[in-house]
Design a protein. Structure first.
Length: 402
């Protein structure tokens, strides 16, 4: 049996490589002779830089930058060379990720993307030809205003005084944006962004309403953020003549997508279209008898372009069954059957605390993988037994045994 495992990460817990290692251990524990291929899959979120740099044989370079709550942190960017082209890889989750925002400080009105701009400047200082940004798992909602300031843009209030934007809540105070001091090297460097193509900045399905609560916003704070980002979109249009309100991907990472378009000259891409240039999961899937994927949470949002739905989409083209291992099963999980997931199983088998679940996750993923494969083998054995011993009947007639 050829088993292909293509896991995503478990947000704020394990990156894709960690999940992959646990899954492979579970498979080997059951049967060390299994033909197992493991392909850790990133969607632009946690593990993006490390996974790509590992595949490309590059290096991680560490920098002190501003974290999402305004304190200095140690983050990193990756660099690899392919042909004559030097590419920097920046992972938003590693500089402005939700996991970097303590629970008691989770207020998206007060988190900043400033460190993202600092990493972009570091990449430019390294003389790269290309910057690849993974836009996911963020803890920010400032529309990329913090990043814009780090890159040289200036914000002013209604009295024409300099204004420091320290979070999405400050955007409402801005009167205009001066992009005149943006780093000139931005116009000479290709910047590509892998993001959720369905996230937009404004409107009923704008990023504040859809993702604000996940980042700790109360109902009142969500409405304040909606107003602030709508106002910000107007300022961007006045400053750079770009309407980013409903552009695909503009709402990615709390509106950072919009800021990258407006101030960094970046091009946004559906995340798997871009990542597929670096990680070819279809080649692995076509060789599989069964595919096992993984995600921290399975719910109605999984079908909206997350790793399991992309894996299932490709697998169904080749008529290959897909099972997902997940941390939690949420509302709308059954919708994933329509997306091509054939079965799903949670690693948590009894009520437990989040703290314990995160601590035990590697062990439970390992055990769950073993359980899944044992069940699959039972199915194969039954199918073989039935196929070899019984006759199929249809419309009262006995058909020839296959």
């Amino acid at each position: 049996m050829k088993v292909v495992m293509i896991p995503s990460g478990f947000k704020e817990c394990l990156d894709p490589c960690d999940v992959a290692a646990a899954m492979e251990k579970g498979a080997r524990r059951f049967n060390d002779d299994f033909d197992v291929e493991v392909v850790p899959m990133v969607d632009g979120g946690e593990g993006f830089a490390e996974t790509l740099i590992g595949l490309k044989g590059g290096e991680l370079i560490y920098r002190e930058v501003t974290g999402p709550v305004g304190e200095k942190i140690i983050s990193y960017l990756g660099v690899f060379v392919e042909g004559n082209r030097k590419t920097a890889v920046i992972e938003i989750a590693a500089v402005a990720g939700l996991k970097l925002v303590p629970q008691f400080l989770r207020n998206p009105l007060q988190t900043t993307s400033y460190g993202v701009g600092e990493l972009i400047l570091s990449a430019l200082d390294l003389g790269v030809d290309h910057i690849l940004i993974g836009c996911g798992d963020s803890g920010i909602s400032d529309g990329g205003a913090g990043m814009a300031q780090a890159l040289g843009a200036r914000f002013y209030d209604q009295e024409h005084l300099p204004l420091s934007i320290k979070g999405g809540g400050d955007l409402i105070k801005a009167r205009y944006i001066d992009p005149g001091n943006l780093d000139k090297r931005l116009g000479e460097t290709q910047i590509d962004v892998a993001c959720n193509w369905q996230n937009v900045l404004c409107g009923e399905k704008g990023v504040a309403r859809v993702f604000g609560p996940q980042k700790g916003a109360t109902g009142e704070q969500v409405e304040l953020l909606v107003e602030a980002l709508d106002h910000y979109a107007c300022l961007i249009e006045e400053a750079v003549s770009k309407d980013v309100r409903s552009l695909p991907g503009s709402g990615a990472s709390g509106g950072l997508g919009a800021g990258l378009i407006a101030f960094a000259g970046a091009v946004l891409h559906p995340r798997f279209d871009l990542i597929g240039n670096y990680i070819d999961i279809e080649q692995a899937i076509t060789k599989a008898d069964i595919v096992i994927t993984a995600e921290g949470s399975l719910d109605s949002q999984t079908i909206s372009g997350k790793v399991p739905s992309e894996v299932a989409r490709i697998a169904k083209v080749h008529n290959i069954p897909v099972i997902i291992i997940t941390g939690t099963i949420g509302k709308g999980a059954k919708l994933n059957y329509r997306a091509g997931i054939d079965a799903y199983l949670s690693i948590t088998q009894k009520p437990t605390s989040l703290k314990k679940a995160m601590k035990k996750a590697p062990q439970w993923i390992e055990e769950c993988t073993e359980t899944v494969l044992r069940q699959v083998i039972i199915g194969y054995q039954l199918a073989e037994k039935k196929g070899g011993a019984l006759y199929a009947q249809r419309n009262g007639r006995v058909l020839q045994k296959k």
